[in-house]
Design a protein around this ligand. Structure first.
Ligand code: NAP
Length: 329
């Protein structure tokens, strides 16, 4: 038996329960992992509320990101061995546990230069950032981009990375504290959207040209404004619905400025191409070593207090990454 956080019913953070669970031996193609840290994602909150279209059947153990030590391998596993430190990002839940079973091809090696806690804080959000700036819209030197929730878990990595590539990054945030962090993470301009109209400010900053791309994880509250911020031929890279689902897009909204629209997903790597995921993960860790990505483990909670971590992220109190540390670590 090990301890895990379980979701027996949908609802607020209080539904999360600290329970004993069995961890079986790994089957063919699987590994068993003793976890060092688990990354928390806004998606975990959506799922707990029952709002996400991929919310797992109840009851379930949440969590899609973590790092730990391999303690057993199932038949046929050659990609890792007992004692290896690995990280994983997976849309299949099961992360909020002291130990877990995982498909071996979802694990990527963590280089000894990277702290496993940082790896757990980085892997899901970093692979998402990788998809966003390589596939959603390929950021290049000289581009100007707008990033909503610029101090959030995915947002701060997009800002750091795009700024290192040579883009001018404009970030939106809700508070002055978040604005300070966004500046440190490469935002040349930070918009406090509660105090100023972000569309007006973007047009002022870009001399009415608009931006090459918007990275929008907020959805309902920002969607129309994001389209208005784009230049002719610009790209709307939508990737989250933190404020809910926007109204359906009308064709003329796209046609008016010959825009590109995509909803980009980490599933490119986690579900579709795990070889590409390993390569992207190597790139992430190399960028940590080079200082391009500076992992912000801003909030640590014992795994047993996951409900407190959920409450903090849900009420937008968090910046950077939130991690859960198993209580026996
Ligand atoms: N497509 C994918 O593959 C993929 C992968 C990972 C994450 N995501 C999505 O990316 C987004 C960011 O995820 P994350 O884990 O990094 O979370 P996060 O950015 O750390 O937290 C969400 C942030 O969104 C902003 N926000 C604006 N309106 C909000 C509202 N009504 N409710 C809550 N937050 C609101 C808040 O920042 P301010 O206070 O500055 O407004 C908040 O801190 C989420 O929507 C998530 O679902 C998508």
């Amino acid at each position: 038996m090990v301890k895990a956080i379980r979701v027996p019913e949908h609802g607020g953070p209080e539904v999360l329960k600290w329970e004993d669970v069995e961890v079986p031996d790994p089957k063919e193609g699987e590994i068993r992992l003793k976890q060092k840290a688990i990354g928390l994602n806004f998606l975990d909150v959506y799922m707990r509320q029952g709002l996400h279209n991929t919310s797992p059947p109840l009851p379930y153990t949440p969590g899609m990101e973590g790092a730990g030590v391999v303690t057993a391998v199932g038949p046929g596993v050659t990609s890792c061995k007992v004692g290896d430190v690995v990280a994983y990002a997976s849309l299949q839940v099961g992360g909020y546990a002291q130990e877990r079973i995982l498909a071996a091809d979802q694990a990527v090696p963590v280089p000894s230069s990277v702290d496993p806690v940082e790896a757990a804080a980085l892997i899901f959000k970093g692979l998402t950032a990788h998809v966003l700036i390589h596939k959603g819209f390929k950021v290049e030197r000289g581009h100007t981009i707008l990033v909503h929730a610029a101090a959030g878990g995915v947002g701060y990595l997009v800002c750091q990375w795009a700024s290192a590539i040579g883009a001018t990054v404009i970030g939106t945030v809700s508070t002055k504290e978040k604005a300070e962090q966004a500046k440190e993470d490469g935002c040349e301009h930070v918009i406090l959207y509660k105090d100023e109209d972000f569309v007006e400010r973007v047009m002022e900053i870009t001399s009415n040209k608009g931006v090459d791309a918007v990275y929008d994880s907020v959805g309902k509250d920002t969607f129309e404004g994001s389209l208005a911020c784009l230049k002719f031929g610009g790209s709307m890279v939508h990737f989250g619905l933190a404020s809910g689902e926007p109204e359906p897009i009308r064709v003329f909204q796209i046609a008016l400025k010959s825009l590109n629209y995509t909803f980009s997903s980490i599933a490119h790597y986690t579900d579709v191409d795990r070889d590409a995921m390993r390569v992207a993960a190597e790139e992430l860790f190399e960028n940590v070593a080079k200082g391009v990505l500076r992992v912000r483990v801003n909030h640590k909670y014992p795994l047993s207090l996951a409900s407190q971590a959920h409450a903090a992220i849900e009420t937008r109190k968090t910046t950077g990454s939130v991690v859960l540390i198993p209580d026996d670590e």
